[in-house]
Structures are given as structure tokens and as C-alpha cells.
Ligand binder design. Structure first.
Ligand code: 1CP
Length: 356
């Protein structure tokens, strides 16, 4: 593999010394940039996901425009159920909607078996094209939803407030839920392995809805399958990031599941998380995305507070505590990224001449 020109993100994932803290934002590809919306005016969401040239363009936009230290491939977690045969539509006012959600064993057995290099080839083509276009300027992150988070959309059919359908299935028919989650874990492991083979430098597993489960159920129905995925990903030494929202109770268990990096939402203090995890994994996070609606002085103070909370040394990747919100002002984002770059230097002890 050719060497990355900016490898701060990868080094921080591995807790190796860096000259400053790297920064990127979840959901940075798409959403907040007018340059993305200009493309979306002409093309629907799924077609954009399935057109590698455009997906690649959208992936690189935040690298060029706001100067983040990593790119995340433009796609969506829901391309997996879509490839398994579930008809997906993106409705402006509702978000993603599956026409026929999974509500029974029979519905599940109607799903197709998939193979990433054939059924999700468009994502892998987007990854290899983006690697080429990036020309090693910054690393490229591949991602997937966790089995549990994918299941919530597959059973609910859309975003949900109380997860009534999927939780009813979990409480009434845990065996079926385990069967589906196990299948999804195999699919996700193959998919993430394929993304690494196509050139991704790291992968992130999004467990957006892990926090709607009790601590016990999180372990049984979400984390166990994340652990299975991590154990089955074919990789050299590319880092695996696990972002599970609302699961303060299980940080050590996430490390035990094999995460190299644990993503944190904004409701937890980095110093507490760091000492709990005993420096056994890197930490990614965790500014409240809504903080980007404050004035620049407030944003800068919050950046300083978070850097100070993590403290000295490598192992911190600055990020938001969840995805950037669509109405965020790009100028605020640029200011935020620069504050992290400037303010983090004093927490690191690598001589400036080693900066490439
Ligand atoms: O253009 C548009 O209006 C479509 C909106 C959109 C976009 C830009 C959707 C539909 N997905 C995406 C891209 C996307 N989704 C990325 C791109 C790479 C990046 O910039 O990070 C990623 C990583 C995702 C992941 C994703 N999709 C998650 C996990 C992360 C998270 O934010 O929690 C989830 C839960 C989804 C489902 C989904 N897809 C789209 C929407 C609006 C949603 C959320 C639905 C909900 O609120 O429940």
C-alpha cells in the first residue's frame, strides 16, 4: 500500500504519536454542503449511492472544502437490506422507508443471500475510485450499520420513536431475532472485508440504536454480533471503529468486543471514558453536533474543553458525538476544524519536523 500523506487519523486510531489531534465528522459526506445539495437536486439518493463517480465526488467534497483529516465513503447503511431485496425509498419528509418491512419468519426467508462483490459492487467501485482520486491525501473510511441498527429499520420499515415492532419481535420471538442478527453479522463482516480489500484504510460500525436497548439486551442483541463481525473481518492492521450511541454502561465491553476505537456521543466526559477504558482503545468524539449552531467563541471554548478532557498524548480522534446536522453553516464547520488543528498541538509531543 502506498503511504498516506496525512496519516494522523490512522496513527491516532492505533494510539501512535501524532503532532496534533486529527478531526473528521460523522455524516460529513452529504447533508450540510451546498455543493452536495447541488448534485442532489439533479439526482435521487439511491442513484447517487449507485454511481461511483458521483459518490466519490461527494466523498471528497469535505476534504477539499473544510480540510478534514479523513474521508468517509458516501453511501448508506441501508444499501445492505436493499441489496437483500427490500425495496427502499427515500421520502423527503419521512427519510428512508422500506415498502415491505420484515414482520415474520416467512418475510425473513424471502430475503436474498448476497455477495458484496456482486450485489454491492457499486459501493466497492466507489471505494476504489475514491482511493485513486484522493491520491493518498487522507485515509478513506468504509462503514456499515451494526446488525441491530439494520434490524430496527428492516422491521420498523422507517425511523422510529419507540421501536415497538422490533422490540415486540425481540421479546416475543428472540430466536427469530437471533437468527436474523446472525445472518446480518455474516453479511456485514463480508461487506467490511470487501471494503478493506477495495482500499478502505479503516472501517466504522454504526450502532445508532444500541442505546434503546437495556444494558443486558445491548450485550445480547447488539454487541455480541459486533464482536462476531470484528472477529470475522479479513484485514491486515486496518483499525475498526465502533460507534454505539447511548451506551455509557458498556465501554469496556466494546473494547473487549475488539474495537480499536470507541466512538462516544456527547453525553460522556472523555477523561472518564479514557480512564475506564484504561487506554486499551482509542476514543473518537464527542462534541454535540448542535454546538455548531453556537457562535465561534463558544465553539472554540468547547473544542478546548474536549481536548483538555482527553488530555495529553495520542489516541483521540476529534469528531462530533453524532452526525453533523443538515442545516449547519459550512463556515462554522471550517472554523471548528481549524480550532481542533490549532488547539490540539500542545497536547502532543512530536517534533514539528516530522510533519509530512
Ligand atoms: O440527500 C439526502 O437528503 C439523503 C440523506 C442521507 C444521506 C446524506 C441518507 C438517508 N443517508 C445519507 C448518507 C449516509 N448515511 C452516510 C454518508 C457518509 C457520511 O457522510 O458519513 C452515512 C455514514 C450514513 C449512515 C446512516 N444512515 C446511519 C448511521 C449513522 C447515523 O447518523 O446515525 C443511519 C441511522 C442511516 C439511516 C438513514 N439514511 C438516510 C437517513 C436520513 C437516515 C436516518 C433515518 C433516521 O433518522 O432514522
Amino acid at each position: 500500500m502506498t503511504k498516506l500523506k496525512n496519516d494522523l487519523f490512522i496513527k491516532a486510531c492505533k494510539r501512535q504519536p501524532v503532532e496534533r489531534t486529527p478531526v473528521w465528522m460523522m455524516r460529513q459526506a452529504g447533508r450540510f454542503l451546498p455543493e452536495y445539495r447541488a448534485i442532489r437536486e439533479k439526482i435521487d439518493f439511491l442513484t447517487l449511492c449507485k454511481t461511483p463517480e458521483l459518490a466519490s465526488e461527494v466523498t471528497i467534497q469535505p476534504v477539499d472544502i473544510v480540510g478534514v483529516d479523513a474521508a468517509i465513503i458516501f453511501s448508506d447503511i441501508l444499501v445492505i437490506p436493499e441489496a437483500m431485496g427490500m425495496n427502499l425509498e427515500l421520502i423527503e419528509s419521512k427519510g428512508p422507508v422500506f415498502e415491505k418491512p420484515i414482520r415474520s419468519e416467512a418475510d425473513f426467508y424471502e430475503l436474498n443471500n448476497i455477495e458484496p462483490f456482486t450485489d454491492l459492487k457499486f459501493v466497492l467501485d466507489a471505494v476504489s475510485l475514491t482511493k485513486k482520486e484522493l491520491n493518498n491525501r487522507v485515509p478513506l473510511i468504509g462503514f456499515s450499520g451494526s446488525p441491530w441498527t439494520l434490524l430496527t429499520y428492516m422491521v420498523e420499515g422507517r425511523s422510529s420513536k419507540n421501536f415497538l415492532n422490533v422490540k415486540s419481535m425481540l421479546y416475543n420471538n428472540p430466536k427469530l431475532v437471533h437468527t436474523i442478527l446472525d445472518k446480518l453479522a455474516s453479511v456485514v463482516a463480508d461487506y467490511l472485508s470487501a471494503k478493506l480489500e477495495a482500499g478502505a484504510d479503516a472501517v466504522q460500525i454504526f450502532d445508532t440504536w444500541g442505546g434503546v436497548l437495556s444494558q443486558k439486551d445491548f450485550k445480547e442483541f447488539s454487541l455480541n454480533y459486533i464482536a462476531k463481525i470484528i472477529a470475522n473481518i479479513k484485514r491486515d492492521d486496518q483499525p475498526v471503529i465502533v460507534f454505539a450511541k447511548g451506551v455509557h454502561h458498556s465501554l469496556k465491553e466494546i473494547v473487549k468486543a475488539g474495537a480499536d476505537v470507541v466512538g462516544l456521543d456527547w453525553t460522556m466526559e472523555l477523561n472518564k471514558a479514557r480512564s475506564e477504558m484504561n487506554d486499551k482503545a482509542a476514543i473518537q468524539g464527542n462534541m454535540d453536533p448542535t454546538m455548531l449552531f453556537a457562535n465561534n467563541k463558544v465553539i472554540k471554548e468547547e473544542v478546548k474543553r474536549i481536548l483538555n478532557s482527553y488530555g495529553n498524548g495520542s489516541g483521540h480522534i476529534f469528531n462530533l458525538g453524532h452526525g453533523i446536522l443538515p442545516t449547519t453553516d459550512p463556515d462554522k464547520v471550517k472554523a471548528f476544524v481549524n480550532y481542533v488543528k490549532e488547539e490540539s498541538v500542545k497536547y502532543h509531543f512530536v517534533q514539528p519536523h516530522t510533519i509530512r
